[in-house]
Design a protein around this ligand. Structure first.
Ligand code: ADP
Ligand code: MG
Length: 287
């Protein structure tokens, strides 16, 4: 997945005091999270800790009981900070995209047609008018390594190929903010590594604001500028990987002994969960 893009992005997203419920039962409690331009913020935490629900609220797909989601203007813009829920569907979709954790697989579409759906907020009533559309779609397919699959039917793809096509759909949207819910799911080792590299490049080279749920603490430690640890629907800790990925905290949150090692030379953090067979230390996954 080569990263050859010529986009310029910028935009800060902040969720404040978000309480989120299903059928009247709160599952996220007064959670606050800030996603900064050019930074990767990783959300980690056990199964059911509220990561997806929080990400969906940032993406305006889950209406908060209370709290707010705001967006600061794109660099060079004269706009004020805006309430995300006050924007039109199209204006919001021009600024924020979400790669959701689960999606239905459409049938009767080829890869290029699915990626073209990412252009929907940039189109008027007619397809014409989206001058950058074809270039954005081609670039997104190249970045995610699916250009060769352009004419293939999406219901004939492997899980990993389809995951990359959905990511291409998000990138074709050309947004300031990129929200990704467990994007490495289904990907083999090579594409996991390339996807993480691509996310880092988008943040570093193009100032994209990235919020990503990762199910691998080592990947979060290696990729993220900021790690947000959720437990029971609350933000338990937020800071650098070194600040948040702490043995005692993780052991308490996951209910299993977790050893954390820090490489003195690089500062890189590695987390290992210890099972009953202690000699077989396992890299832990958060969901
Ligand atoms: P995570 O992504 O961290 O695994 P989720 O945000 O999916 O957690 O879920 C948080 C809590 O909300 C869990 O207790 C889960 O069971 C509950 N939940 C998630 N989706 C629904 C739903 N559609 N209806 C009811 N409860 C839900
Ligand atoms: Mg989830």
């Amino acid at each position: 997945m080569a990263c050859k893009v010529s986009l310029t992005y910028s935009g800060l997203m902040r969720g404040s005091d978000l309480t989120l419920s299903y059928h009247g039962t709160p599952v996220v409690h007064a959670a606050s999270i800030s996603l900064a331009p050019g930074q990767v913020t990783a959300l980690v935490g056990p199964n059911g800790s509220g990561k997806s629900t929080l990400l969906r609220a940032l993406a305006r797909l889950h209406k908060p009981d209370s709290g707010s989601v705001v967006l600061t203007p794109t660099a060079g813009s004269t706009d004020d900070t805006v309430d995300a829920f006050a924007l039109s569907h199209r204006d919001f979709a021009r600024r924020v995209t979400l790669l959701a954790q689960s999606r239905p697989t459409p049938s009767g579409l080829c890869v290029r047609e699915l990626v073209e759906f990412g252009r929907h907020p940039h189109r008027g009533r007619w397809v014409r008018g989206d001058e950058n559309g074809a270039a954005s779609v081609a670039r997104a397919m190249e970045m995610t390594g699916v250009a060769d699959l352009a004419d293939k039917q999406v219901d004939q793809l492997s899980g990993g190929q389809l995951q990359r096509v959905w990511l291409a759909c998000c990138l074709a949207q050309d947004t300031d903010v990129l929200l990704l819910d467990e994007p490495t799911t289904y990907l083999d080792l090579r594409y996991q590594v390339e996807l993480l590299d691509l996310i880092r490049d988008l943040a570093d080279e193009h100032g994209v604001t990235v919020g990503v749920v990762l199910h691998d603490l080592d990947q979060a430690a290696a990729l993220a500028d900021v790690v947000v640890l959720l437990d029971g629907g609350r933000v338990l800790a937020s800071g650098t990987p070194q600040q948040v990925l702490v043995s005692d905290t993780l052991s308490a949150v996951y209910g299993i002994r977790v050893d954390v090692e820090t490489d003195d030379a690089t500062g890189h953090v590695t987390a290992r969960a210890r099972g009953r067979h202690n000699s077989a230390a396992r890299v832990i996954r958060t969901s």
